[in-house]
Every structure is written in C-alpha cells, then in structure tokens.
Design a protein around this ligand. Structure first.
Ligand code: CP3
Length: 341
C-alpha cells in the first residue's frame, strides 16, 4: 500500500497524496450527505453517513488514503460535555471546564461510548480498495483541552493559558486524563480496521517553546509510544501546527511528522527527514488558483526528488469554498509527476 510504505520511508510507485479535511463542504457530494443528518453531531454518530462521507474523496479525487469522517471533539462530547456546532461560529461547549471539580464530573472512559466510530471504520474498510489506506485520528490532549477550557475556538487562548501558568496541576490532570482516553480510542480504531493514525495538534503553536514540550508534545509522544509498543506495524503521524521554530527539539518515537504550511518544507527536511517521514505542506489557499497550485506542488515535489518518505498533503485543512476540480487535478498531477517505473 503506497501510503503505508511511504510512512515507513520505503520506495513507492508514486508519491502518495491525501488532504486534511478532504471530506468537507467544498464537495457538493459532502453537502448532500450532510443534509441527510439532523446536525453535525448526528452526522458523526451515524456510521452509514460517516462511511459515505469518508469514501467520497477516494471516488472523486483518487487520493491514496481515506481519513475517517468524524471530529476530534467526539472525545469531550462522550465525556459528557455539552457540545454544539453552530453555523458560521464552529464548535461551542456550553459547560467549559476550569477546575478539578469540573474534571471530576467528566466521564473518564469516552472511548467506550464511541462504538459508532468503530462501526464506521469497519464499514469503510470493507468498502475501501485494498490499495488505499484508512487513517484513523484523534485530537492531541492539548488541542482537545483548548476547546474544553475556552468553551469554543479562540485566537488568544487566554483562559487555558492562564491555567497553564497559574494552575498547572489542574492542566496536567486534564491532559493526563485525555491522554489515557486517546490511547485507548486509537487502539480501538486500529482494531476496527484503521491502517494508520494521526494526532491533530492544531493549537500547539499557541504555546511558547518550553510550555509546548511540557503541555502538548509530551502527551502526544506518550500516545505515540504506546501505539508503537502495542501495534508496531501501524504508522503514527504527529501534526502540530505553528511549531516550525521548535523543530530542532522535536524528538521521540513516531513515524511521520506533519508539516504545516507556515513551516518551510526545506527546513523541516534538513531538521527531521533523517529520522522521520514528512507529510505536507502545500498552503491550502493555493488551490484557489490552478497556476499557483501547480507551481507550489512542483516546487514541493522537487525537494524530495528521488527520495522516499514524503507524503503530499496540504499544510492545513481544505477550505469550504475551494474548487473541487482543482483538488482533483492536484491529485493527478502529484501521481503523474512522481511516477516511477
Ligand atoms: O476529511 C477529514 O479530514 C476528516 C474529518 C475531520 C473533521 N474534523 C470533519 C469536520 C477531521 C480530521 C477533523 C479534525 C478537527 N476538528 C480538528 C483538527 C484539524 C484542524 O482542522 O485543525 C479541529 C480543530 C476540529 C474542530 C472543529 N470541527 C472545528 C473548529 C470545526 C468548525 C470549523 C468549520 O469548518 O466549520 C469543526 C466542524 C467540522 N469537522 C466540519 C467538518 C467537515 C465542518 C462541519 C460542517 O459540515 O458544517
């Protein structure tokens, strides 16, 4: 399987490509599937609809890997938090956590309430061609905690950063609780049929260097090391956004480092390619313009010419109004440009 081989830096017949948020609103087919559900949470809990959405980018774009259609926030949802996805605003928790008493009230075994995810994975794997990989995922403990403490998306992270500096004991208890659940959640996804797993740390870059390693990376590695010990053949991808300037200090046992668009790939390659495969990192906005897209893709691919271990991806998620035909052309360009006989 091309995607899996690339994660282990083995030679492949072409460079694999998939795109973060490849199942999403930019696809008319996705919007049609979403319309069948009452709301976004109902969509995530419906394994039939989740299977349909997961498989759409495979059929439409011919990407090398499917990523489970779900959301990172199903973990806090199944811990019992009151989650709502509000149109034009994004996710909101009506009952954010801010102290040990709040943490004590949460269910500590959300992975046991996520049967609908494992069921979807089984269905997807059954309907996916054998040469395509299925990627399972979870949010990093830090990124999940940002939503649980802030109660919604944030630009400044004032509430959670106050906890980091003023109340690290509470923060670490929350992060340790999430870490235990994410470990088991990902193992369950693998046992249901996921062929690789990615941990999304979208807000790692909100932390200064010392605190990033102490409050985010440490827990991501704990998860990765657990999976590498329990399921050594499953590639683990770690994606922290906005930490390009901390790359010198990246360490630990995992397979693929996800590079965000703000980090020059050349720099990531110099620092990390000796030890890890690299995934990324075309700026998603390049897909607004076909010429910019192809030029950016070619430059990125030229960095890895003749070398194994690059997985083409965007440097963050697909944007809802990007043209689907450009995404399609990007996939066929990457495949033909990197074809090895
Ligand atoms: O195709 C895929 O990549 C798989 C599905 C997926 C979704 N969310 C579906 C989704 C994945 C991997 C995620 C991860 C996720 N969710 C992250 C980490 C990755 C990142 O983007 O940084 C984060 C931070 C979230 C939390 C979240 N979920 C937000 C902030 C939003 C609202 C943003 C928006 O675009 O409206 C969501 C909702 C969400 N998750 C949508 C999708 C397709 C849009 C919901 C809709 O259809 O209205």
């Amino acid at each position: 399987v091309v995607f899996i081989d690339a994660c282990f830096k083995k030679e492949t017949k072409h460079t694999p490509i998939w795109m973060m948020r490849q199942a999403g609103r930019y696809l008319p087919e996705y919007r049609a599937t979403r319309a069948k559900a009452k709301d976004f949470i109902d969509f995530c809990r419906n394994s039939e609809l989740a299977t349909e959405a997961t498989l759409q980018p495979i059929d439409i774009l011919d990407v090398d890997a499917a990523i489970l259609f779900s959301d990172i926030l199903v973990i806090p949802l199944e811990m019992g938090m009151k989650l709502e996805f509000i149109e034009k605003k994004g996710p909101v928790f009506h009952d954010p956590v801010s102290c040990m008493e709040d943490l004590a009230r949460l269910c500590k075994t959300p992975e046991e309430n996520l049967g609908y995810v494992y069921e979807a994975i089984g269905k997807i794997r059954k309907n996916l061609a054998p040469d395509k990989a299925l990627i399972g995922f979870a949010g990093s403990p830090w990124t999940l905690a940002t939503y649980m403490v802030e109660g919604q998306g944030s630009k400044t992270f004032e509430k959670i950063k106050k906890e980091v500096y003023k109340n690290p004991v509470f923060m670490k208890a929350l992060l340790a609780t999430l870490t235990e659940s994410v470990k088991k959640y990902l193992i369950n996804q693998i046992d249901a049929g996921a062929n690789a797993v990615q941990v999304f740390d979208s807000w790692g870059g909100a932390l200064e260097e010392e605190k990033f390693f102490e409050f985010s990376w440490k827990y991501m590695l704990e998860i990765s090391e657990y999976i590498k010990k329990e399921r050594p053949n499953i590639p683990v991808i770690l994606f922290s956004k906005g930490i390009g300037t901390y790359m010198d200090k990246i360490y630990g046992q995992f397979d693929v480092f996800g590079v965000d668009w703000g980090t020059p790939m050349k720099l990531a390659k110099d620092k990390l390619f000796e030890k890890y495969a690299l995934q990324g990192n075309l700026e998603p906005s390049r897909l607004y313009d076909r010429g910019e897209m192809l030029k950016g893709a070619e430059e990125l691919l030229n960095l890895f010419k003749g070398e194994s271990g690059h997985i083409f991806n965007l440097g963050h998620g697909m944007i809802p109004d990007l043209p689907a035909e450009n995404a399609k052309e990007l996939v066929s360009f990457v495949h033909s440009y990197t074809k090895r006989s």
